[in-house]
Design a protein around this ligand. Structure first.
Ligand code: KDG
Length: 318
């Protein structure tokens, strides 16, 4: 049995050296990036048997993505598309050039995944998994991707696979009203919801603090667990009527992209090992802290490093 299956688009992430502008740089660093594969890599690095399902052109660029994910232990389940009629999505990341510190430019319209159909994917992997994870990015990509997301969540539910969904609202892909309607249709197929507090307020139209938001969502949509992330204010989870809080572990932020995915990876990896909610929050928070210290979307960590963060072993190894 597979521990974890994720589904979603993985892009090539292209970034100029720090401080250089896209307009003028001569160099672009190439990495794989996509919320769902970021989770698969993070969890695989922490010992989970992780698969990731997607659709890519059968081209050097598509294979480039698969090779990178494989190198971290993720088993790909890819529908290969005709390279003459399909493309890889890309995203450009400038460090600098924006008061927020980073600037993301998507070039992903009509990427191969926008035509994905469930019967092109190894859906038996979802039935055979303990946990299935996807995010609110995938249904924003196209009608076909949205339908496939619903179908895979339904398949997972029928098979008794635990299903988690990270809201991951992306304002460059759709507007809050359209997103909210799509999310709410999917919620009946979700057991664990991860939602950033800001998205809960601005997209799901929720009021109050994180605990009130979690209670409201759990009551309305019957989630088994709701995890509200609050950036540097830590996270709050509601499960079986109990509320758990977790602070962030201090870390110098080198690259914040992928931090939320690292949190999910640590959380899910610990739940898969039988950890309780507080332990899962600790693993999520520690994996996220480690991710922030490194370049790239991926949480390239080890179990020992995560444990050291949790246990406060933050000295320098010499
Ligand atoms: O969570 C990180 C993602 O934002 C990044 O990997 C790119 O998947 C991505 C997206 O669609 O924004």
């Amino acid at each position: 049995m597979t521990d974890l299956v994720t589904f979603g688009e993985t892009m090539l992430r292209l970034s100029p050296p720090r401080g250089e502008r896209l307009e003028t740089t001569r160099d672009l660093n190439v990495q794989a990036g996509g919320a769902e594969s970021n989770v698969a890599v993070g969890a695989a690095r922490l010992g989970a048997d992780a698969r990731w399902l997607s659709k890519l052109p059968d081209s050097p660029l598509g294979r480039r993505i698969v090779n990178e994910l494989r190198s971290h232990g993720v088993r790909p389940g890819v529908a290969w598309a005709d390279p003459d009629t399909s493309r890889v999505g890309t995203y450009y990341l400038e460090h600098g050039g924006s008061p927020r510190g980073t600037n993301v430019i998507y070039d992903r319209a009509d990427a191969a995944i926008t035509t994905v159909e469930p019967d092109e994917l190894p859906t038996d992997a979802v039935e055979d998994a303990e946990w299935f994870h996807t995010t609110g990015i995938t249904p924003a990509l196209s009608e076909a991707a949205a339908k496939t997301t619903t179908e895979l969540l339904r398949t997972a539910g029928d098979a008794g696979t635990t299903r988690s969904f990270d809201l991951n609202y992306r304002s460059k892909l759709w507007d809050p009203e359209t997103a909210r309607a799509a999310y709410e249709d999917l919620f009946e197929h979700v057991d664990t919801l991860f939602v950033p507090r800001r998205d809960a307020r601005e997209v799901l139209d929720r009021e109050g603090d994180a605990v009130e938001i979690a209670h409201g969502l759990a009551t309305e949509f019957d989630f088994d667990a709701v995890v509200v992330t609050r950036g540097l204010d830590g996270s709050v989870a509601l499960h079986d009527g109990s509320v758990y809080e977790q602070a962030v572990y201090e870390a110098e932020t080198f690259d914040a992209i992928g931090t939320g995915d690292a949190f999910v990876a640590g959380y899910v990896a610990e739940r898969l090992r039988g950890g309780d909610l507080p332990a899962a929050l600790r693993w999520g928070s520690a994996t996220a802290a480690l991710k922030r210290t490194t370049d790239g979307d991926l949480a390239v960590t080890t179990r020992a490093e995560v444990r050291d963060v949790i246990e406060g072993e933050d000295g320098i190894d010499r």
